[in-house]
Write a new protein. Structure first.
Ligand code: HEM
Ligand SMILES: CC(C)=CCC/C(C)=C/CC/C(C)=C/COP(=O)(O)OP(=O)(O)O
Length: 314
């Protein structure tokens, strides 16, 4: 190199390092979490300045991401032995565990403080509670101890609509509690569908997910049971007069669609031990549908609310 010439910048190295830090926040999973928070905010009565509303959504995104980052720090031992997670930045050795923990705690504290300052203390407290629940109750306590980890721990992922609502109103009401219940009951069939085909990973890591402790057949039955509960719960906002028929029509179709997927999971061709003969085809489809179901339900609620607000519907 000529004396005095600047050293070439290795942009690709910088980019892949940045990508690692971003991936610690589990951005793909968090998009739907943030969307449910946004809808909680949109359907809440009252007004919030658009800038403050955007800050509140950012806080939910960063807070949820921070919780995911601390989860990855704590789970680095089991993530290293699971095929699905072995390439994550900490087990792959690209990010120091201590640095990831500091990053997660810093973002968690900042998101809660900013939420409290930009909106109100109630929303800040709900956000803090969700992060603490996900980190301490789900990750550090239940995940490695009981197959009910998802059922109880799933509450953490159900808080965002309540947080969004609280950011606007400073309180809580029946509709956000119903939205909480919907995400809460949705989480087991969402996750257990995935765990049916990720079973070997969890077994190797010694994580007591339902297919490992109770077998695939029982997991399929439980998926069906929660989906049966979810369908009427999805309709509850209409039945209680808190949403209109547009939402009701979507809730009915999406609930029926999820039930059909759960039925196919139950009837999946399987051997005597319950192992799928088709590579868990039905479970993979049910997992994909679970994402469409929740996104569709919340989008329909926002649409229904908007149509009724502008007076297109009564
Ligand atoms: C304790 C509760 C939950 C557990 C254990 C769980 C588990 C998982 C797992 C293991 C994956 C695969 C992602 C990966 O390979 O990194 C996944 C994907 C996903 N989850 Fe969940 N989940 C939970 C709750 C939720 C909630 C509440 C939401 C949204 C409201 C959600 C949204 C998503 C989305 C959008 C994906 C797809 C991500 C992608 O495209 O890769 N999950 N979930
Ligand atoms: C506002 C706030 C704090 C929201 C939290 C959102 C939340 C709890 C989302 C759950 C999503 C998720 C990927 C769980 C997987 O945990 P896992 O450790 O079982 O999955 P892994 O094996 O992929 O790490």
């Amino acid at each position: 190199m000529r004396r005095g010439a600047a050293a070439p910048l290795d942009v690709s190295a910088d980019w892949s390092e940045l990508r690692d830090w971003i991936s610690l926040l589990k951005p793909r999973v968090m998009t739907l979490v943030v969307f449910t928070g946004l809808v909680g905010m949109l359907v809440a009565p009252g007004r919030i300045h658009p800038t403050l509303g955007a800050v509140a959504i950012l806080c939910i995104a960063v807070g949820a991401g921070a919780a995911g980052c601390i989860n990855m720090w704590y789970d680095r031992d089991i993530d290293a032995v699971m095929r699905r997670t072995a390439r994550r930045p900490i087990p792959a050795g690209r990010v120091e565990p201590g640095a990831a923990l500091a990053f997660g705690i810093f973002l968690a504290v900042m998101s809660v403080l900013l939420m409290g300052l930009a909106t109100n203390a109630v929303a800040g407290a709900w956000l803090a509670g969700s992060i603490l629940f996900y980190v301490f109750i789900y990750t550090m306590w239940l995940k490695r101890r009981t197959p009910q980890n998802i059922v109880i721990g799933g509450a953490a992922g159900a808080f965002p609509p309540v947080i969004g609502w609280a950011a606007v109103t400073g309180g809580v009401d029946v509709l956000p509690l119903l939205l909480f219940a919907i995400v809460f009951v949705w989480t087991p069939p969402h996750f257990w569908s995935l765990s049916l085909w990720a079973h070997d990973d969890y077994q190797r890591a010694g994580v007591p997910m339902l297919p490992v402790t109770a077998g695939a057949r029982e997991t399929r039955r439980q998926i069906m049971a929660y989906t049966v509960l979810l369908a009427p719960l999805g309709l509850a906002p209409v039945l209680l007069g808190l949403a209109g028929w547009v939402y009701g029509a979507y809730a009915l179709s999406l609930g029926a669609g999820f039930l059909l997927h759960a039925w196919r999971v139950l009837r999946e061709p399987q051997d005597a031990a319950g192992v799928s003969l088709e590579g868990d085809k039905a479970a993979r489809a049910a997992f994909r549908f679970s994402l469409l179901h929740l996104a569709g339900l919340f989008a329909a609620l926002a649409l229904d609310h908007w149509l009724r607000t502008v007076g297109v519907l009564g």
